[in-house]
Write a protein that binds this ligand. Structure first.
Ligand SMILES: [Zn+2]
Ligand SMILES: [Zn+2]
Ligand SMILES: [Zn+2]
Length: 366
């Protein structure tokens, strides 16, 4: 049998490692700073920035108390060392206790400094201060903008809690243990710098690919940061992002077959002649996603007038009701999923009136 102090030391090291790096098992058991102090932290949805200012400060406080916690634990696990009586213990333990106390006091002092002037010294507040300008008078206004946009359901959010990526209408953000990186979409440019192939993921059982994207900003005060996501989430990110995404030459992105089809569908619609909207007609929101204007109209273009090509397509008289992405998803959902080579040549019924159309009949509304 090992002596209790060795057992305790090993257990404490494992616990510390799991508490700081939080594997999924620990997270589902609720042993995270966010969970343990959730009542004090409040809701992330109500005040995203305030929540993370509090959360990161608290995380620093808790993490810096780990060495002191070890000393306290050893007082109980190894009573023969007489650790509670500081003047009787060895020089090594005295030094350890001194350093642990210093670390704790330093973090308390740092958090006190951050909290001055309504937390304006906190690193997250400072990250927001660089975005102040004509649009936002102070970092408080930037925080309000982020809070409001975070509450919207159409934001893009992905990734593990320790490195979460959030993209809203105006902002690209990455939440880490002690910090929140913030870049404004209009200033940002993204580059896919790396792709990594994993043979099997425990969640899906299929090979997966993770992408690393570097977010850089033309705002010199914003430090570039890396975000990581699954290749299957890539098209969702691109839809939310107005900034262009470049790809390093050697990176191949494995999107799902449907995502790749959607790219082809969009490219073909760009080539087809546009539909010029009559002046009295107004474009409404797409009835599929209710988020963007209905930007697609079906016109039978694949076969010229008076020329019977044997095409199944019929003229659709519906007004524009769908956006291009929703129409593309509808198109691919009606295909034989095992035979993607047939998709481009096939016709599917219009989602509203059921007259058939093919990929050559999809026109962008101008
Ligand atoms: Zn839509
Ligand atoms: Zn129709
Ligand atoms: Zn057609």
């Amino acid at each position: 049998m090992e002596s209790p102090d060795v057992t305790f030391t090993l257990a404490y090291i494992v616990f510390t490692f799991c508490f700081v790096f939080t594997p999924n098992e620990f997270r589902s058991a609720g042993l995270t700073v966010q969970n343990l102090f959730s009542s004090w932290l409040g809701s992330e949805d109500i005040g995203f920035i305030q929540y993370h200012v509090k959360r990161s400060s608290l995380t620093l406080l808790v993490h810096s108390s780990i060495p002191l916690g070890y000393y306290a634990g050893m007082c109980i696990a190894a009573p023969e060392k007489n650790l509670p009586y500081i003047n009787q213990v060895s020089a090594g333990w005295q030094a350890f206790l001194g350093l642990s106390l210093c670390l704790q006091l330093l973090s308390v002092g740092l958090i006190f400094y951050w909290s001055r002037c309504r937390w304006s010294n906190h690193p997250i507040s400072r990250a927001l201060q660089v975005h102040t300008g004509p649009q936002w008078a102070g970092w408080g206004a930037v925080a309000t903008s982020i809070n409001t946009e975070f509450r919207r359901i159409d934001k893009f959010a992905s990734g593990a809690p320790g490195a979460r990526v959030i993209v809203t209408d105006t902002w690209v953000m990455k939440v880490t243990t002690y910090y929140v990186h913030v870049a404004q979409q209009t200033d940002a440019h993204l580059t896919v710098t790396e792709s990594r192939q994993h043979q099997m993921s425990p969640d899906s059982g299929t090979p997966t690919q993770t992408l690393t994207l570097r977010v850089a900003s033309i705002n010199q005060a914003v430090n570039p940061f890396d975000i990581r996501l699954m290749s299957t989430e890539y098209s969702e990110l691109r839809e939310k992002l107005h900034a262009p995404i470049r790809s390093a030459a050697n990176v191949v992105i494995h999107q799902t077959i449907n995502d790749r089809f959607l790219d082809t569908f969009r490219a073909q619609a760009d080539l087809n002649q546009p539909y010029l909207l009559p002046s009295e007609m107004e474009v409404e929101l797409c009835i599929g996603c209710m988020q963007v204007p209905a930007g697609a109209k079906l016109i039978r273009l694949c076969c010229e007038e008076g020329y019977d090509s044997g095409s199944e397509c019929r003229q659709c008289f519906c007004r524009p009701m769908w956006c291009l992405s929703c129409l593309g998803r509808w198109f691919s959902s009606r295909q034989d999923q095992d035979r993607p080579e047939t998709w481009l040549a096939s016709s599917v019924p219009c989602p509203t009136c059921r007259s058939k159309f093919c990929i050559l009949d999809v026109c962008l509304v101008r």
